[in-house]
Design a protein around this ligand. Sequence first.
Ligand SMILES: *Cc1c(COP(=O)(O)O)cnc(C)c1O
Length: 397
Amino acid sequence: MTDFAATKAMFDLPAGMIYLDGNSLGPLPVKARARVAQAVSDEWGEMLITGWNRAGWMAQPMALGDRIGRLIGAEPGHVAVGDTLSIKVYQALASALELRPDRRVVLSDSGNFPTDLYMAEGLLKTLDKGHELRIVAPEDVAEAITDGVAVLMLTEVDYGTGRKHDMAALTRKAHDAGALALWDLAHSAGALPIDLAGTGADFAMGCTYKYLNGGPGAPAFIYVAPRHAEAARPALSGWLGHEAPFAFDLDYRPGSGVERMRVGTPPVLQMAALDAALDVWDGVDMHALRARSIELSELFIALVEETCPMLDLASPRDADMRGSQVSFRFREGYAAMQALIERGVIGDFRAPDIMRFGFTPLYIDETDVRSAAATIAEVMTNDLWDRPAYRKRAAVT
Ligand SMILES: *Cc1c(COP(=O)(O)O)cnc(C)c1O
């Protein structure tokens, strides 16, 4: 049993705010304040350079990787933390392509997050070997997995609509066609149960500032399946992925397993925040979390559809086909979201017309959902969003 009232108490949530944006940036775990303050004063302040050994800073990327690994079904020792997700996508794809040297197609879909596609495009240009980035509609992915495909590169849960791919089935199909499968778990890690080892994914990566609550700028993670771990060549061959960084050799020799995916100096203060954030997950059963997330999402959809006919559900109606977010389309979605935010209901907007609401059972309960739906009904039925101030776009939407 997971005690969600207890996990809610582990977060510092501003009074009067209903935070439905944990899919974009998780809130502050109470313990992260003290943990970061301690890392600043006791570790950086007192230990200075000796903190790398005495406070275990250098071992943190793998230790945190294992803590995340438990949440995503990875084998122990096969997840490393560091850099940003964009960088991890680049590394995974570069290694995967080298493992399929005779093929030239990277298959992805139009529901993927743009940075994943941009990183792929940049890598393929740099390789200059005639690779093609083939982007199909999400529903056409399965039939587009053909013999020429080197790597299937997908994000399990669509950042816009919350639509969820069948990771196990698509991975199997990719393998049957001789391709490798690379999964972005940005909207999956901490949102639903994942069985990386069981699905046979070849590479995976994700970020820790969304559902894992590691804080703005928290480092990403990368998983390399054990069967590839000693064969994958790191394209970004930085010194901390070297077999012996402090030998200061002039030539590069990859470290063992996924450690070779480390690049440079890890972000110690961000890792302290992430470590505290991961404590919240210690008593959480991912299946209980998923069940609660579906309950909350279904309740939200029912309440909003009952009162707001002008909002069109953009997420799949079948809960099994969704991640942990619900999106609605509305022509003036940006303005409507600003009106909600001003009234303490925090979601976000994704162009051109998507209003996103994330459901995070660790700190969102049924009372929050009912209260948020009531505010949405009030704003929408009275056109309270229809003010010039709400239409003025900020840099981050
Ligand atoms: C959030 C997200 C990113 C963000 O990448 P960063 O390098 O951390 O900025 C990348 N890919 C997906 C699928 C995402 O959802």
